[in-house]
Ligand binder design. Structure first.
Ligand code: GTP
Ligand code: MG
Ligand code: ZN
Length: 305
């Protein structure tokens, strides 16, 4: 029995890096199930696992309980969930104001999922070089909204290299997962930080202004400056799982902070009199788009649970 970390997961086989640095290709034995959740990948990149040698090769025989993980459903209706990565120190959500457009609902769902495990998130706005005046105004607005809540925002261009040293700093000595829509430049970003890797990247489609799902498997790479980075396949939408109606507001820090002042302790912040959250939205102290994301998650949890 040897211990190691899963550094690549294809769904049918896995690469495990042992503590001595040796890498093994492994399969899994039997079923690993998470309580109450069906997952498309029982073993995720970042998992600490026990590896055994068997007659037909190496097998993953056990998973150490995860410190945290980022999990999503492909659609809000789908029954199966997918673990993006586990045991991470932080997440970098790569977003683009344009080419392709990343919606605030997408951003907010990701942030709420990360909040559920207290995973710190930095928003990395990429493709700065492509932005026109309107895009830049949008970038300014979004950075202000998220910065105020406490999510650091960085605007970069992996093409020109602008602000990439700041990303390099952020990654040092940590395990970081990169996520975002397909085509926003996750793999391009990693290639700039760690040129030796030469990850595959591809132009986004002209017709749809959307990515082509170039990265197909999550994979963890060591950084020469210290730490590890996990590249993940781009996603189309972010369905959250496992959130009780009453819990959702806990994952919106600025809403949670206000809720204390609501008249009713069980206020849902939708229609109640004396709701401090609604007042804050009206006064523009809570952003309308954030509030809309909260409502959309609330509505779904009622409908589909
Ligand atoms: N102009 C410009 N293009 C960029 C920038 N960053 C990435 N791109 C381009 O965007 C396209 C998509 O980049 P990828 O790195 O493949 O995107 P990805 O997020 O890894 O996409 P998936 O693997 O499909 O999830 C490529 O053609 C990149 O060259 C940037 O800062 N500026
Ligand atoms: Mg990629
Ligand atoms: Zn309220």
């Amino acid at each position: 029995m040897e211990r190691g970390t899963v550094i690549k997961s294809t769904g049918s086989w896995y690469v495990v890096r042992l503590d001595d640095g040796k890498q093994l290709e492994c399969r899994i034995r039997g079923k690993f199930r998470m309580e109450g959740i069906r997952t498309t990948n029982p073993v995720a990149v970042g998992d600490v696992v026990e590896v055994e040698e068997s007659a037909d090769g190496y097998v993953i025989a056990g998973i150490t309980p995860r410190k945290n993980y980022i999990i999503r459903k492909s659609t809000n209706l789908s029954k199966e969930a997918h673990i993006l990565a586990s045991n991470v120190d932080q997440a970098l959500l790569v977003v683009t104001v344009n080419h392709p457009v990343t919606s605030t609902v997408f951003i907010d769902r990701f942030l709420a999922s990360a909040e559920a495990y207290n995973i710190p998130v930095t928003l990395v706005f990429n493709k700065l070089d492509l932005y026109d005046e309107e895009d830049r105004a949008m970038l300014g607005g979004l950075s202000a909204i998220y910065g105020k809540i406490g999510y650091p925002c960085l605007a970069v261009s992996t093409l020109t290299g602008e602000n990439l040293p700041a990303v390099g700093e952020l990654l040092r000595d940590k395990v970081s997962v990169l996520s975002g829509l397909s085509g926003v430049g996750k793999s391009s970003l990693i290639n700039r930080i760690e040129p030796g890797l030469q990850l595959k990247t591809a132009m986004i489609s002209d017709a749809h202004d959307s990515g082509k799902h170039t990265t197909t498997f999550a994979e963890m790479f060591p950084l020469s400056g210290g730490g590890f980075i996990i590249d993940t396949p781009g996603i189309r939408s972010f369905g959250t799982i496992d959130m009780k109606k009453e819990e959702i507001s806990h994952y919106f820090p600025e809403i949670f902070a206000r809720a204390e002042a609501c008249r009713f302790y069980n206020c849902t912040h939708v229609h109640e009199p004396g709701c401090a959250v609604l007042e804050a939205v009206e006064r523009d102290e809570i952003s309308e788009t954030r509030y809309a994301s909260y409502l959309s998650m609330l509505e779904e949890s009622g409908k589909y649970r």
